[in-house]
Unconditional design. Structure first.
Length: 172
Protein backbone atom coordinates (compact mmCIF):
# COMPACT_ATOMS: atom_id res chain seq x y z
CA UNK A 1 0.00 0.00 0.00
CA UNK A 2 1.44 3.39 -0.96
CA UNK A 3 1.08 6.66 0.92
CA UNK A 4 -1.78 7.61 -1.38
CA UNK A 5 -3.64 4.46 -0.32
CA UNK A 6 -3.20 2.67 -3.64
CA UNK A 7 -1.19 -0.39 -4.36
CA UNK A 8 0.49 -0.65 -7.68
CA UNK A 9 -0.19 -2.97 -10.56
CA UNK A 10 1.09 -6.49 -10.96
CA UNK A 11 3.22 -7.18 -7.89
CA UNK A 12 4.61 -10.35 -9.47
CA UNK A 13 5.97 -8.59 -12.54
CA UNK A 14 9.40 -7.79 -11.13
CA UNK A 15 12.37 -9.71 -9.78
CA UNK A 16 13.06 -10.30 -6.10
CA UNK A 17 15.37 -7.37 -5.38
CA UNK A 18 16.11 -8.43 -1.80
CA UNK A 19 18.41 -11.26 -2.97
CA UNK A 20 20.72 -8.78 -4.72
CA UNK A 21 20.20 -5.35 -3.12
CA UNK A 22 20.22 -3.86 0.35
CA UNK A 23 18.57 -0.49 0.98
CA UNK A 24 20.05 1.69 3.71
CA UNK A 25 17.22 3.93 4.97
CA UNK A 26 19.46 6.39 6.80
CA UNK A 27 21.43 7.31 3.65
CA UNK A 28 18.97 6.34 0.91
CA UNK A 29 21.68 4.29 -0.81
CA UNK A 30 21.53 0.81 -2.28
CA UNK A 31 24.35 -1.71 -1.98
CA UNK A 32 24.89 -5.00 -3.76
CA UNK A 33 24.53 -8.09 -1.56
CA UNK A 34 25.94 -10.47 -4.13
CA UNK A 35 27.96 -10.18 -7.31
CA UNK A 36 25.64 -9.80 -10.29
CA UNK A 37 28.06 -8.56 -12.94
CA UNK A 38 31.56 -7.13 -13.29
CA UNK A 39 30.52 -3.86 -11.57
CA UNK A 40 28.10 -5.21 -8.98
CA UNK A 41 30.50 -6.39 -6.30
CA UNK A 42 29.14 -7.15 -2.80
CA UNK A 43 29.23 -4.06 -0.58
CA UNK A 44 29.61 -1.65 -3.52
CA UNK A 45 27.01 1.09 -3.96
CA UNK A 46 24.55 0.09 -6.68
CA UNK A 47 23.64 2.14 -9.70
CA UNK A 48 24.81 5.04 -11.80
CA UNK A 49 23.88 8.70 -11.79
CA UNK A 50 22.40 9.87 -15.09
CA UNK A 51 22.45 13.31 -16.70
CA UNK A 52 19.50 14.72 -14.70
CA UNK A 53 21.12 13.68 -11.41
CA UNK A 54 18.90 10.67 -10.72
CA UNK A 55 20.28 7.24 -9.91
CA UNK A 56 19.37 4.14 -11.92
CA UNK A 57 20.15 0.57 -10.96
CA UNK A 58 20.37 -2.10 -13.64
CA UNK A 59 19.18 -5.49 -12.45
CA UNK A 60 17.98 -8.48 -14.48
CA UNK A 61 18.50 -6.57 -17.76
CA UNK A 62 16.24 -3.68 -16.72
CA UNK A 63 16.99 -0.18 -15.44
CA UNK A 64 15.18 0.76 -12.24
CA UNK A 65 14.95 4.25 -10.73
CA UNK A 66 16.54 4.11 -7.28
CA UNK A 67 13.81 6.36 -5.86
CA UNK A 68 11.10 3.92 -6.96
CA UNK A 69 13.11 0.99 -5.59
CA UNK A 70 13.45 2.80 -2.25
CA UNK A 71 9.67 3.19 -2.16
CA UNK A 72 9.28 -0.50 -2.94
CA UNK A 73 11.72 -1.57 -0.22
CA UNK A 74 9.86 0.48 2.41
CA UNK A 75 6.19 0.08 1.38
CA UNK A 76 6.27 -3.29 -0.39
CA UNK A 77 4.96 -2.11 -3.75
CA UNK A 78 5.85 0.39 -6.44
CA UNK A 79 4.18 3.82 -6.43
CA UNK A 80 1.31 4.46 -8.81
CA UNK A 81 2.36 8.03 -9.57
CA UNK A 82 5.66 9.93 -9.66
CA UNK A 83 8.23 10.02 -6.90
CA UNK A 84 9.22 13.55 -5.94
CA UNK A 85 12.49 14.33 -4.19
CA UNK A 86 11.36 16.97 -1.71
CA UNK A 87 14.77 18.66 -1.44
CA UNK A 88 15.32 18.51 -5.22
CA UNK A 89 18.40 16.26 -4.98
CA UNK A 90 17.53 13.32 -7.25
CA UNK A 91 20.23 11.15 -5.73
CA UNK A 92 18.91 11.62 -2.17
CA UNK A 93 16.71 8.54 -1.89
CA UNK A 94 16.11 8.60 1.87
CA UNK A 95 12.47 7.67 2.34
CA UNK A 96 11.75 10.88 4.28
CA UNK A 97 12.87 12.83 1.19
CA UNK A 98 10.49 10.94 -1.13
CA UNK A 99 6.79 11.45 -1.67
CA UNK A 100 4.32 10.11 -4.19
CA UNK A 101 2.82 12.89 -6.32
CA UNK A 102 1.05 13.51 -9.59
CA UNK A 103 3.01 14.84 -12.55
CA UNK A 104 1.64 18.35 -11.86
CA UNK A 105 2.64 18.25 -8.19
CA UNK A 106 6.09 17.06 -9.21
CA UNK A 107 6.42 19.94 -11.67
CA UNK A 108 5.48 22.38 -8.91
CA UNK A 109 8.53 21.27 -6.94
CA UNK A 110 10.91 22.05 -9.80
CA UNK A 111 14.07 23.98 -8.98
CA UNK A 112 12.67 27.20 -10.43
CA UNK A 113 9.63 26.98 -8.13
CA UNK A 114 11.76 26.19 -5.07
CA UNK A 115 13.86 29.25 -5.91
CA UNK A 116 10.86 31.54 -5.81
CA UNK A 117 9.23 31.31 -9.25
CA UNK A 118 5.51 31.13 -8.63
CA UNK A 119 3.31 28.34 -9.96
CA UNK A 120 0.88 29.38 -12.68
CA UNK A 121 2.72 32.59 -13.65
CA UNK A 122 4.36 32.98 -17.06
CA UNK A 123 6.08 36.19 -18.20
CA UNK A 124 5.09 37.53 -21.61
CA UNK A 125 7.25 39.59 -23.98
CA UNK A 126 5.32 42.75 -23.01
CA UNK A 127 6.49 42.31 -19.36
CA UNK A 128 3.00 41.26 -18.28
CA UNK A 129 2.28 37.97 -16.51
CA UNK A 130 -0.17 35.40 -17.85
CA UNK A 131 -1.88 32.55 -16.07
CA UNK A 132 -3.39 29.28 -17.37
CA UNK A 133 -4.58 26.11 -15.70
CA UNK A 134 -5.08 22.67 -17.20
CA UNK A 135 -8.11 20.76 -15.93
CA UNK A 136 -9.07 17.36 -17.33
CA UNK A 137 -6.85 17.88 -20.35
CA UNK A 138 -8.30 21.32 -21.21
CA UNK A 139 -6.19 24.50 -20.91
CA UNK A 140 -8.14 27.40 -19.39
CA UNK A 141 -6.82 30.95 -19.85
CA UNK A 142 -7.10 32.90 -16.59
CA UNK A 143 -5.91 36.34 -17.69
CA UNK A 144 -3.00 38.76 -17.93
CA UNK A 145 -1.64 40.44 -14.81
CA UNK A 146 0.86 43.10 -13.76
CA UNK A 147 2.79 40.78 -11.41
CA UNK A 148 3.77 37.13 -11.09
CA UNK A 149 2.10 37.08 -7.65
CA UNK A 150 -1.26 38.16 -9.12
CA UNK A 151 -1.02 35.52 -11.87
CA UNK A 152 -0.09 32.79 -9.39
CA UNK A 153 -2.86 33.81 -6.99
CA UNK A 154 -5.37 33.55 -9.85
CA UNK A 155 -4.04 30.07 -10.68
CA UNK A 156 -4.57 28.85 -7.11
CA UNK A 157 -7.97 30.56 -6.90
CA UNK A 158 -9.04 28.75 -10.08
CA UNK A 159 -7.70 25.42 -8.83
CA UNK A 160 -9.74 25.65 -5.64
CA UNK A 161 -12.91 27.20 -7.15
CA UNK A 162 -13.12 24.58 -9.89
CA UNK A 163 -13.04 21.98 -7.12
CA UNK A 164 -10.98 19.87 -9.46
CA UNK A 165 -7.49 18.62 -9.07
CA UNK A 166 -5.29 20.26 -11.70
CA UNK A 167 -4.46 17.83 -14.49
CA UNK A 168 -1.63 15.46 -13.59
CA UNK A 169 -0.66 14.99 -17.21
CA UNK A 170 -2.20 11.52 -17.47
CA UNK A 171 -5.31 12.80 -19.26
CA UNK A 172 -7.74 11.50 -16.65
Amino acid sequence: MTASGYCCGDENNHPDFSVALRYEKSTGKFFWIKRINSRGNPGKEAGNIVTDGGRFITYKKRRWQASRLAWYFVYGCFPVFCIDHINGNRDDNRIENLREVTVRENMQNMKTHREGKLVGAHKRKNNKWESHIKINGKIIYLGTFDSDKEASDKYWEAASSLKAKPDDGKGE
